[in-house]
Design a protein around this ligand. Structure first.
Ligand code: ADP
Length: 359
């Protein structure tokens, strides 16, 4: 199978009311993995449905490789797109066995290519012995792998995964995700995964697109979107953050946690973003805080702390072993660089002036 990239330009999709996708653009390299991450209702599934051809976009273009799928005039039918779709529930036919499910709906030539169901099952990490089982004789994780094998049987250039791991329990989810990623890489399929699970998006994909309200707020590598979010909203969506008022002067910002290094220079009043794992705790000296509560999770613990002599509540993620206890006094440091955002209040006059130049 040849890999093909995806190019989406200025895509707008609605269901009769206001647009659900509002002019989104995106590129996925051939063989790349993109995770579309966003809260429920932000338009993630609609993007997949537009890619698969289940919904007609109002405007915009979608191309896979050099094949135009839609541009307002053209609308290529779903079965002619070279796209495989794996849904949240796997959607296997209960009355067919694994082989029947994998071969269902294939054309004669696709069927000839895929008659080797055994290797397809091995590709997704399943034993070929399962070929004669029915879906109700499989675990949830096995069903999802069969659904993936069915999508791969057509040798699609692009595979779309719509929250395919969300119904699985934690251990099974990680194993199924791993097997899926291995199979997709082996086939060189370009993959778009839709998820609302931050950890899943960050670990699965080489590119993460954060969707908020029908638009991409940021597209970047997992490290970029987590460490260098473009807004506090994106930062907060990807994980816990503290936002502390501060005053920036170039590479240094002065805030309640002292003078911290800035990853990007800034000036004036800002909000400093600190993630809980950026705080390190030590013996009380300099900055001190009292532990208010500790939630133990095994490998790590989340602490709530009150910074001494201020009304500042902090959150720290620390290793679980020897984590401090409620009531303990600890020293606080922020060793690495932090990010900052312009203070929202300071932006408002600028926006107001933009919207109403006469004002
Ligand atoms: P997500 O996958 O991020 O949860 P969806 O793409 O499913 O978001 O939905 C985005 C918005 O579009 C929601 O407000 C949803 O109610 C609306 N929507 C989705 N499908 C339809 C449909 N078939 N008809 C009308 N509105 C829809």
């Amino acid at each position: 199978m040849t890999s093909a990239g995806i190019t989406i330009s200025d895509l707008t999709v609605g269901y009769g009311g206001p647009p659900v996708l509002d002019g989104v653009s995106l590129q996925v390299r051939p063989g790349g993995t993109l995770a579309v991450l966003g809260p429920s209702g932000s338009g993630k599934t609609t993007l997949l449905r537009a890619l698969a051809g289940f919904v007609r976009p109002a405007t915009g273009r979608i191309e896979i490789g050099d094949k135009l799928l839609t541009d307002g005039q053209v609308l290529v039918a779903p079965e002619r797109r070279g796209v495989g779709y794996v849904r949240q529930d796997g959607a296997l036919f209960p009355h067919l066995d694994v082989t029947g499910n994998i071969l269902f709906g294939l054309t004669r030539s696709e069927r000839r290519r895929a008659t080797q169901v055994g290797p397809l099952l091995e590709l997704v990490g399943l034993s070929p012995d399962l070929a004669k089982r029915r879906p109700d004789e499989l675990s949830g994780g096995q069903q999802q792998r069969v659904a993936l094998a069915r999508a791969l049987a057509r040798e699609p250039a692009v595979v779309l995964l719509d929250e395919p791991f969300s119904s699985l329990d934690t251990a099974l989810r990680a194993a199924t995700r791993e097997a899926t990623l291995t199979a997709l890489r082996e086939r060189g399929a370009t993959t778009v995964l839709v998820t609302h699970d931050q950890a899943e998006a960050l670990s699965f994909a080489d590119q993460v697109a954060v969707m908020l309200n029908g638009r991409f707020a940021q597209i970047g590598s997992p490290e970029e979107v987590y460490d260098a979010p473009v807004t506090a909203e994106v930062g907060a969506f990807l994980g816990d953050i503290m936002l502390l008022p501060g005053c920036a002067d170039g590479r240094i910002v002065d805030c309640v946690l002292g003078k911290l290094d800035l990853a990007e220079p800034s000036t004036g009043e800002v909000l400093v973003m600190v993630r809980p794992e950026q705080l390190t705790l030590g013996t009380p000296s300099g900055l001190t805080a009292r532990v208010v509560s500790a939630a133990y999770h095994g490998p790590d613990a989340m602490l709530r702390l009150d910074l001494t002599d201020t009304a500042t509540r902090l959150v720290a993620r620390v290793p679980g072993h020897n984590a401090p206890h409620p009531g303990d006094l600890v020293g606080i440091a922020v060793p690495g660089p932090v990010r900052s955002f312009p203070k929202p209040g300071l932006l408002r006059p600028q926006h107001a002036a933009d919207e109403n130049p006469q004002a």
